[in-house]
Ligand binder design. Structure first.
Ligand code: ATP
Length: 486
């Protein structure tokens, strides 16, 4: 994780929020390359799930909502985590996560020597397990008490209870309260889904592990409404669609580069299930901190629509033409964090390898995710015609993709820089491209494309570059495209 944090800062992916003031530790800012990567994740998610599917539509609901939304949803009463405090150093921990970090121990069996012991393990000298504060190793922890994770704020100029509301802790409720608006305006028939990408806020007791757990983050959520009376392939429709969404979600992350062995499904146990959920499965990823939740896929039944109908007094039902009756749809909720997805893609792409005796750091991003698609590099930065040609190529390609020009180092170092940020292709302009009149050599009008993963090169006419990159960046492989130019 430290390697990823340091690469992210050094290469302009992610900075600590308000760093010059000492940082907040619980919020992060996406730099020039990070914002490209994040936009790419959101773009392909929106394209694959909203744009391409006939059964899906999008929404962009507001962050601040009517306060009763959060009473109806159960968040005011139940969106809590159990918190414990250290009586000595006053640090706070989530009671259910307190054994997931290494703990400090002053070991009586070794004259009180201080050890830091791996999470969940006993001391190898005295055999004791953690009972005190894991951070200072001295104070007792209080009994757990419930702490509500919603950020409070006031709507309007008067800070009084009547104007109290919350920053949304999930995007989902914006979808539920708009169920009828969307169904009516878009003339939707069940099953159909509404997807949304947006910020969510949780006053997490123990944020940390880089962008894994923050207090401000982004979610990509879908609420997929089904008719619980229907059956599909012999199963109740909600169970069928739940299975489908689980399979689709796992396949989606693999399609964009997460390795199969780093993904697994974890079913929620009966005692862990939210009271409204019929079944929940988490997609877990093998993060640098261990196996942890990347997204959750819940069958929330008709709980949310019924709650909002009850609290608002508005019917949130669907008229089943076939059966001539009103039903409250069941909902399947695939809910993913944009930031956690970004961390997983970054961790999976990161590789160190040895090339001709030197260490090469390379981010093997899927081309659709790579923040920069092409880097144009002039070999001879003193030749005006070469530099002009390189700029012209960048300008042409930049109409379609994020493309950079760089001439601030020698070519070996420029390649290494691009490898380290995951740029799939580099284009070099050399003396043959523009010719050498002193030696009587004419320009060949070709440039060299270098492939990030194989480090192979191919020489390609400049005027074919847009077509070649269209091929390479929209599914075509280097091994299929490069031989055309040999
Ligand atoms: P956790 O158990 O890790 O707190 P959760 O089960 O509360 O997560 P959900 O409410 O299911 O999370 O939210 C859906 C998704 O939103 C999560 O799978 C995760 O990707 C993302 N997410 C939730 N909380 C955070 C957070 N504090 N920081 C970053 N992403 C988050």
């Amino acid at each position: 994780m430290d390697t990823l944090v340091s690469l992210s800062k050094r290469r302009g992916f992610i900075f600590q929020s308000s760093e010059i003031y000492g940082g907040t530790g619980s919020c992060w800012d996406y730099g020039p390359l990070g914002v490209e990567l994040k936009q790419n994740i959101k773009r392909i998610w929106w394209r694959d799930y909203i744009q391409q599917r006939p059964d899906m539509v999008g929404l962009d609901a507001s962050i601040l909502m009517h306060p009763t939304v959060w009473k109806a949803s159960g968040h005011v009463d139940n969106f809590t985590d159990p918190m414990v405090d250290c009586l000595e150093c006053r640090r706070r921990f989530r009671a259910d996560k307190v054994d997931e970090t290494p703990w400090v121990h002053y070991c009586a069996a070794t004259k009180g020597n201080k050890f830091t012991i791996p999470a969940g393990e006993p001391c190898s000298h005295c055999g004791e397990r953690r009972t005190l504060c894991p951070d200072c190793g001295k104070g007792s922890l209080t009994a757990p008490r419930q702490f509500n994770l919603m950020f409070k704020t006031f709507m309007g100029p008067v800070e009084e209870d009547a104007s109290l509301t919350y920053l949304r802790p999930e995007t989902a409720q914006g979808i539920f309260v708009n169920f009828d608006n969307v169904a009516q305006s878009m003339r939707r028939k069940l099953p159909f889904g509404i997807g949304q990408i947006g910020k969510a806020f949780r006053n997490e007791i123990t944020p940390g592990n880089f962008i894994f757990r923050t207090r401000e983050f982004e979610q990509m959520e879908i609420e997929y409404f089904v008719n619980p009376r229907d059956t599909v392939e012999g199963k109740p429709a909600d169970e069928y669609w739940h299975e489908r969404w689980i399979a689709d979600s796992l396949a989606w992350f693999q399609r964009y580069g997460l390795r199969e062995e780093n993904l697994r499904l974890r079913e929620h146990e009966k005692d862990e299930l939210a009271h409204y959920a019929k079944r929940t499965a988490d997609v877990e990823y093998h993060f640098p901190i261990g196996w942890s939740e990347l997204m959750g896929i819940a069958n929330r039944t008709d709980f949310d629509l019924k709650q909002h109908a009850q609290f608002s007094g508005k019917a949130l039902t669907y008229f089943d033409e076939e059966r001539k009756e009103h039903v409250v749809p069941y909902v399947i909720e695939p809910s993913a964090g944009v930031d956690r997805a970004l961390l997983a893609f970054l961790a999976d792409a990161y590789q160190e390898e040895e090339v001709r005796g030197e260490k090469r750091v390379v981010l093997r991003f899927h081309p659709e995710l790579a923040p920069v698609k092409v880097a144009v590099l002039p070999l001879l930065k003193k030749r005006d015609d070469g530099v002009r040609t390189a700029h012209a190529i960048r300008d042409t390609l930049a109409k379609h993709w994020t493309v950079v020009y760089d001439d601030t180092a020698a070519i070996g170092r420029l390649y290494r820089r691009q490898d380290e940020v995951g740029t799939p292709y580099c284009v070099t302009v050399d003396v043959q491209t523009v010719g050498d009149s002193d030696k009587g050599e004419s320009a060949d009008g070709k440039v060299t494309i270098r492939d990030r993963d194989s480090m192979e090169q191919a020489r390609v006419p400049i005027d074919t570059l847009p077509a070649v990159f269209l091929d390479l960046l929209s599914g075509g492989s280097w091994s299929a495209v490069a031989p055309r130019f040999r």
